[in-house]
Design a protein around this ligand. Structure first.
Ligand SMILES: [Zn+2]
Ligand SMILES: [Zn+2]
Length: 525
């Protein structure tokens, strides 16, 4: 490990100021020997995001008397490689393996020099050519030739090691079908909640999108700036043409395979925050000052295809919690179970600074609300998908990621998956999860006669070792499966059901990372 000092940096310290854009590929096969660092194109400045200031009691009522722009950026003392491969591939299909050397703050380590070696569980893996460098990360085409779950271990000559995957390698497109009669879907990964210097974050939207695309290697993202962050008086409302400028930069950064959703964080103190996401370009922008209730917002956005995600529902010292009475069926479609603020859905995992179980994502399941379960970062440093971000005020944790089963990595297809709950949340790692209850999957409803049961089939795989998978009915743990290997196949009769409930999975890996799926709803009339 390199560059690890555990030091605290000042919030105005520039982090990773040097960037590399190298013109030519690297000379040696299977080796990376960057020869020239050219323009400094990716500059990341650490700063603060503060949404709410004060003690828990005053914050809950919104009575706030001070704001502060200071924050400590605390190093996690970790640096290393971030390697990514798609979670689904076909035998014989070329896919990209990307490797980003990161600093201990998750920013690109643009001074990194070294040699990378790869090794795979697929002994027949073929890799093509040398790694090519782009914006501080390295990519090469690889081809899996053995069906099943595969992983790629990447090692550097500095002793850094990381695992990309798991990848489900299918024999044919047909095998990718979640179930007969459905289009073949693949898994795509994203982080669609974060802030930039248009609002209460740091670094411009272009840096945000460059980080998502070229460093974190997300399939989708969104610059979801506040309409108005009321304590600091910043956000789209205060930047002339702010919304249009994000539309323009989003268009610049979109690529086939990289979707940039448009949206903003509707930031009502009274009703809680909502990340509003659109399926395509959208000229309409509506502040909470114009649409002060969730119902009014839904009315204003009718016909746009907008999808609302309940953000940080538990609240924290600096963020307001959800108010269930504001729930708008058909508009509110997903809920953050975890973010950089934490979670309180499991008492032993990364609590928020102001936990309230009655306002958690778990509570939405208890209430039977048909919401997709997602996890985002709420980054205020323009580093969506950062695998090891620094702690900043009230967001002491690495942010989460959301996996969607979608037909295409396009804005419309990904948002359709989120809106319909074909998604699950993780605390960051790219777990693979697939599940059906009879013939229904995440986000769908299975209607059953009272007293009948259903067959659950699930496949869960971790980058490393799975410690446990739990099958849950509502908020009860129905069955626990101990892991010990990299993946688990579960087949189980669940029931008989006497009343409507929600069947979902949670899991954890040996290094205590988590996953939470959207429920499959069981309707017993
Ligand atoms: Zn918020
Ligand atoms: Zn936010």
């Amino acid at each position: 490990m390199r560059g690890v000092d555990g030091a605290r940096a000042k919030p105005d310290a520039a982090i990773a100021l040097r960037a590399a854009r190298t013109a030519a590929g690297w000379a040696v096969s299977a080796a990376v020997l960057p020869a020239a660092c050219l323009a400094a194109t990716l500059t990341l400045i650490a700063g603060t995001g503060c949404e709410r200031q004060g003690t828990p009691d005053t914050a809950r009522t919104g009575a706030v008397d001070s704001t502060s722009a200071t924050a400590e950026v605390i190093s996690r003392g970790r640096a290393g490689l971030h390697a990514v491969v798609p979670s689904v591939a076909l035998v014989g299909e070329p896919v990209k393996l990307t490797v980003a050397p990161l600093t201990d703050l998750g920013t690109p380590d643009l001074k990194w020099r070294g040699t990378l070696e790869i090794e795979s569980t697929d002994s027949a893996l073929v890799s093509f050519g040398p790694f090519a460098a782009h914006q501080g990360s390295f990519a090469r085409d690889i081809v899996f030739r053995t069906p099943g779950f595969q992983r790629v271990t990447v090692r550097s000559d500095h002793g850094e090691t990381t695992i990309a995957g798991p990848v489900f390698v299918a024999r044919t497109e047909e095998e990718l079908r979640v179930r007969a009669g459905e289009p073949a879907r693949r898994l795509y990964w994203g982080d669609a909640h974060g802030h930039t210097d248009l609002g209460d974050g740091t670094n411009p939207p272009a840096t945000y999108l460059a980080y998502a695309r070229d460093v974190a290697r997300l399939d989708f993202t969104c610059v979801s700036e506040h309409d108005l962050q009321q304590y600091l008086d910043v956000g789209f409302d205060t930047v002339p043409s702010g919304w249009d400028s994000v539309r323009t930069v989003a268009e610049e950064y979109r690529r086939p395979g990289f979707a940039v959703l448009l949206g903003w964080e509707w930031s009502s103190r009274e009703w809680g925050h909502r990340v509003v996401l659109f399926p395509g370009d959208e000229p309409r922008y509506v502040s909470f000052r114009h649409a002060p209730t969730p119902a009014a917002l839904a009315r204003e956005l009718a016909g746009t295809g907008a999808v609302s995600v309940l953000a940080h529902p538990t609240g924290s010292r600096l963020t307001p919690p959800v108010v269930w009475e504001g729930y708008v069926p058909g508009f509110d479609r997903a809920i953050e179970i975890y973010s950089g603020h934490g979670s309180n859905d499991e008492s032993d995992f990364r609590e928020t600074s102001d936990p309230d179980p009655a306002r958690s994502a778990l509570e939405s399941i208890r209430r039977g609300l048909p919401l997709g379960i997602v996890a985002f970062s709420d980054t205020h440093l323009s580093t969506p998908g950062n695998p090891w971000p620094p702690e900043i005020r009230d967001a002491p944790w690495p942010g989460g990621l959301t996996a969607v089963w979608a037909e295409q990595p396009t804005e419309a297809s990904i948002l359709d998956a989120i809106a319909n709950g074909r998604c699950y949340a993780t605390s960051g790692p790219r777990f693979y999860v697939e599940a059906t209850l009879d013939d229904r999957t995440f986000g769908e409803t299975l209607e059953l006669r009272a007293g009948t049961s259903a067959r659950l089939r699930a496949t869960v795989a971790a980058p490393g070792i799975l410690r446990e998978v739990q099958v849950r009915l509502g908020d009860e743990v129905y069955r626990k499966f101990a892991g010990g290997g990299p993946q688990m196949e579960i087949e189980l009769t669940v029931g008989p059901f006497d009343e409507s409930t929600a069947v979902w999975l949670t899991g954890r890996s040996d290094d205590d990372e988590r996953l939470w799926t959207t429920p499959i709803r069981v309707l017993v009339p």
